[in-house]
Design a protein around this ligand. Sequence first.
Ligand code: NAP
Ligand code: ZN
Length: 348
Amino acid sequence: MKKVNAYGAKASDADLEAMNIDRRDILPNDVKIEIDYCGVCHSDIHQVRNDWGNSKYPVVPGHEIIGHVVEVGDEVKNFKKGDLVGVGCMVDSCQECDACKEDLEQYCENGMVATYNGQDKHLGGHTFGGYSEMVVVREKFVLKVPENLDTAAVAPLLCAGITTWSPLRQWNVKKGDKVGVVGLGGLGHMGIKFAHALGAHTVMITTSPSKAEDAKRLGADEVLISKDEDQMKKHQGSFDFILNTVPVGHDTNPYIALLKRDATMTLVGAIDEVDVHGGGLVMGRKRLAGSLIGGIKETQEMLDFCGEHDIVSDIEMIDMQNINEAYERVVNSDVKYRFVIDMKSIKN
Ligand code: NAP
Ligand code: ZN
């Protein structure tokens, strides 16, 4: 066991602060990773502030981890010292249930182990995430990172990337489809890039008119301001698919009205109550769905796609010490479009 520097919160109303955490000694299947960068996801904030009511303290967040391998266990086959690697939202799962056998570890029937706030099978207590110097992870949950991309800007792909990629693939978004992405934050900006790269006619649906220009630069063909009722009316019944990244409970009805007959809107953000009027779904056989991150195999496919198509996140790099200000900006929808922590700063 080794003590390493980390940043975490000791209570739901506390700021994040420097602390020490334990990391296990490597097991035969483990990879030890020195962390170079870690993205800041809105889920980190939800967990720190106990928005979902299941946080365990201290919370050391971070599930968009990029680093390099410093040591591997005796049975590790796919990684060696020096490799550039990533770790996303999961660090383990049972590997035996139907979900795991179908490469859908995120839906493991025995419960996947989340990168932070999961149950730590090795040290007891709960897992600690990537706001730290180093992490030890089972090989199966370590991703290969394409070497041709800006390393820091790859970090958000491990959560924001896969969480938007997976539903776009699952609902078969293709060339010519009209696809909406609701919310231009960390997830939304990746949703726009991917929908565009898959050939869809991509529409950014935002509450923030000030983000319109950026949305187009990121790949949106059109921008729809959701607070403008006339604009919303014009687009009614015209979307083949909508990816909704709104981070809180909200009225989904105006967005459902945008769908064509038989089309689907998938929620990835709101993990609480949303308002849905049955009539909005019934009159048009529409579907409201949900999606959780993506499996390890699919995450690797997404990273490889990004390597081939030169896709990364648009990031603002921060030092670890500025994390509390960054959280305030995310909560105020003022992030362009993902904060990434330069983990060198944690050693200062
Ligand atoms: P983010 O960077 O804060 O972006 C969310 C965006 O949603 C905001 O920038 C804003 O965009 C829009 N928005 C905020 N409040 C809104 C409201 N009340 N009504 C309408 N739009 C609103 O957050 P993120 O990191 O992308 O994460 C989004 C959500 O996904 C979070 O709840 C996070 O926990 C969740 N998440 C889920 C998964 C999963 O597997 N399902 C994975 C990762 C994250 P505009 O200014 O453009 O309106
Ligand atoms: Zn996340």
